[in-house]
Design a protein around this ligand. Structure first.
Ligand code: NAD
Length: 487
């Protein structure tokens, strides 16, 4: 059938590094044979640019293509370790505001060996915040810091997305994983927002697990879960675990969705050791492309590709990573696998349930993705002053800081690595050269920035090495800091 070029949807494509070009060629061959109505703009990213000294791994002209097409099909790239290179994956997600990372992890039993034959879990991973803010410092000889940033709007956006996804895809339950028994403020807000947003979805079952035992349960009994929403780091780790126990990391695709743009990829990396040998399984990227076809409103093509792929799997035509003697029928390379899928376009799987994708419902008034925060009454009640010293012990440091006290700010407690060491510290507590010195106004009244500057001036006069300060603020009277361990 002749396509009207007017109807073609422009998409930006990057073939990436390692196995990237092979799996992308296979994916494009399949979706084009299935009649995808797309116009491809190819951009170069990754190693080719790093070796030219472009440390971002992407050129300005490529951003221009991405901002215009708003749809990115991306093969994996190799991220050099160290050397000032930032991960292009993280940069792309954050620059384009792709806050939701959707990773379906499905078993294909009995055709792909798995200990979890009925597993069908979708991991919804927050994609921009948490420890991936990339804000790290060396603060002393001994101490390195990475800031974990969780925002209320960021949490609301991803949690709302997870519930909306559950409704749209006829899922019954949304589970939240956090570690809010320890990280009471950061993971705490994520959990709180989950409870609040969840109330708007009475028909969906809701539950929360502490991430450690939740991860153990996921690895042991994945069929107990449906949709799981979690902050960035837990989602990164556990989606790989989930994909692997479903059968292979080579089988899972992922969608990165934002309000303006979307990116589709495999969850695995560039597997450099497998590159150039026609070995890699293109399925992860192909399923990413299926998600893309649904996104660009070509559900007919998406279903055609997905069903042909399922038929290929059940016909036992497998790449090396999922090939098992006795289960598989034919071990094939990347190109032959793609050809086998192409030959099955138009066919339905027999053992697997055929996939149906619906056309997007007509645009209705879109709910806002988050509710704006109403600013609270904020008062500064004290300040933590971080000091670097490897010569003073806690008692000696306290003596100097008490000598530096001002009328409005006086030392109350010192901790090292979060554990109280003064007053009444234990000799057994291990300390390093990094001290958090908590000051409050003895009168219990709020303090001003001028009070803090006055304190820093007197501490400086004591010859102490100040690293940084953190203000201790209340918001509508609620403390915006956590207590000191043992304090
Ligand atoms: P990886 O996912 O690339 O590979 C790990 C192993 O999994 C491979 O050795 C291979 O045995 C297997 N594997 C992965 N994909 C496969 C496929 N399609 N078919 C068959 N087998 C497959 O992980 P890695 O080795 O830790 O990372 C390699 C590079 O990829 C690194 O530079 C890393 O930074 C990068 N990476 C990129 C992305 C991305 O672009 N989205 C994601 C993860 C890792």
């Amino acid at each position: 059938m002749m396509m009207n070029s007017q109807a073609l949807v422009p998409i930006t494509v990057a073939k990436g590094d390692g196995i990237g070009p092979e799996i992308m060629d296979a994916t494009l061959a399949i979706i084009q044979a299935a009649g995808a109505r797309i116009a491809i703009e190819e951009i170069a990213i990754g190693e080719k640019l790093y070796t030219k000294g472009i440390l971002t791994g992407i050129e300005d002209s490529s951003w221009e293509s991405l901002r215009r097409t708003k749809v990115f099909l991306k093969a994996p790239i190799t991220t050099p370790q160290g050397g000032g290179v930032k991960s292009l994956n993280v940069t792309t997600r954050k620059t384009l505001g792709l806050y939701a990372n959707i990773r379906p992890c499905v078993s294909y039993d009995p055709f792909v060996r798995t200990k979890h034959p009925t597993m069908d879990v979708v991991i919804v991973r927050e994609n921009e915040e948490d420890l991936y803010a990339g804000i790290e410092y060396r603060q002393s000889d001994d101490v390195y810091q990475c800031l974990k940033l969780i925002t209320r709007p960021g949490s609301e956006k991803i949690i709302r997305y997870a519930f909306e996804y559950a409704v749209a895809n006829n899922r019954k339950k949304v589970t939240c994983f956090t570690k809010d028994n320890i990280m009471k403020m950061t993971d705490g807000i994520f959990h709180k927002v989950f409870d609040q947003v969840g109330e708007e979805y009475p028909d969906i079952e809701k539950e929360h697990w502490i991430v450690d035992i939740g991860a153990a349960k996921l690895a042991d009994t994945p069929e107990a879960f449906d949709v799981i929403v979690m902050p960035n780091l837990y989602g990164d780790i556990l989606s790989d675990v989930a994909a692997q126990i479903a059968g292979s990391v080579g089988l899972a695709g992922s969608a990165n969705i934002g309000d303006h743009c979307a990116m589709f990829e495999a969850i695995h990396g560039s597997a450099p050791r497998r590159a150039g040998q026609n070995l890699a399984n293109p399925s992860g990227l192909l399923l990413g492309a299926v998600q893309m076809l649904v996104h660009i409103d070509q559900p007919d093509v998406a279903a055609n590709v997905h069903n042909a792929w399922l038929k290929t799997l059940e016909d036992g035509i497998h790449t090396y990573d999922i090939f098992k003697e006795g289960i598989s029928k034919q071990k094939v390379g990347t190109k032959e696998f793609a050809q086998a899928v192409i030959e099955r376009l138009g066919q339905q799987p027999v053992s697997f349930k055929p996939v149906v994708y619906n056309a997007k419902p007509p645009a209705t008034e879109k709910k806002p993705t988050f509710t704006p925060t109403v600013p609270a009454k904020k008062e500064t009640m004290g300040v933590d002053v971080y000091v670097h010293s490897h010569t003073l012990n806690a008692g000696q440091l306290a003596e100097k800081l008490l000598a530096a006290a001002t009328p409005n700010l006086k030392l109350k407690i010192i901790s090292s690595r979060g554990q109280k060491v003064w007053p009444n510290g234990f000799a057994e507590t291990f300390t390093v050269d990094h001290w958090r010195c908590r000051h409050f106004n003895p009168s219990g009244q709020p303090v001003t920035l001028a009070d803090i500057i006055a304190l820093l001036t007197t501490i400086n006069a004591q010859g102490l090495d100040v690293i940084k300060t953190e203000n201790l603020c209340t918001f509508d009277g609620v403390e915006g800091w956590t207590g000191v361990q043992g304090g």
